[in-house]
Design a protein around this ligand. Sequence first.
Ligand code: PLP
Length: 226
Amino acid sequence: MSPIAVNLAAVRARIDAAARDAGRDPAGIRLIAVSKTHSAAAIRDCIEAGQRDFGENYLQEALAKMDALARESITWHYIGRIQSNKTRELAARFDWVQTVDRERIARRLSEHRPAGLPLLDVCLQVNIDREPQKAGVLPEDVAALARLVADLPRLRLRGLMAIPRAEPAESARDAFMRLREIFETLRGEGLPIDTLSMGMSGDLDAAVAAGSTMVRIGTAIFGERG
Ligand SMILES: *Cc1c(COP(=O)(O)O)cnc(C)c1O
C-alpha cells in the first residue's frame, strides 16, 4: 500500500470509530480528501484506494489537476474563497461549491452553470465564530440566504459548511453544535437540505459527534502541506 492509502485507511477507521461512539451509521458520513497543494499523482494514489471525492481551494491549481485526471471519475468540491470573476469557471468545472456566502456569488454561479450539466450542488459557508478574517455568512443571515439560494434555477442547496476556530477544542465542539442547530432549524422550515460539512484533520471526531455528514480531510491523508 502507498503511504497515502495507509493514511486514508486510518482516516476511514477514525470516522467509523467516531460514528460508533456517537451511535451513528458511518455510511452517513462522506469523506472529502482535501488535495490542495498536493499533486495529481497523490490524488491518483487516493483513487486507487477507492476515494472519489476531492476538495480544492485554488482554482488554477485545481484546473491543472482536473485536466491531468480527466479520465478518472472524480467528484470535485470547491472549498476555497470565491472571487466573483471566477464564478464562470467554478460553475463549469466543479460538482460542488461549498463556500457560497453571499447573494451576488450565488446568482452568478447559477447563471453560469452550463445547461448540459446537472444542477450545481452548493453549501453555504457560515462564519460560525464571527471571525472578522474568515469568509462566511453570519449565523443570523443564513436563513435568508438559504431561501434565496434554494430558489435559484441552476443550483441545488445541499446544506451548510463551516471552519470553526480550532482552539480550544471545546470551542470547536460548541461551534459544531451551533451549526447543527442552524441546520436543523432550516430543515424544520422545510428546506430539503442533507449536508452538514464540518470536521477537518484535527477535529473530525468532535464534528462527527455533533452530527457532521461530510468531513474535509487534508493533512491526515496527504501529510503536511509544503
Ligand atoms: C485545507 C482545508 C481543509 C483540510 O484541512 P486539514 O486540517 O489539512 O485536514 C478542510 N476544509 C477547508 C475549507 C480547507 O481549506
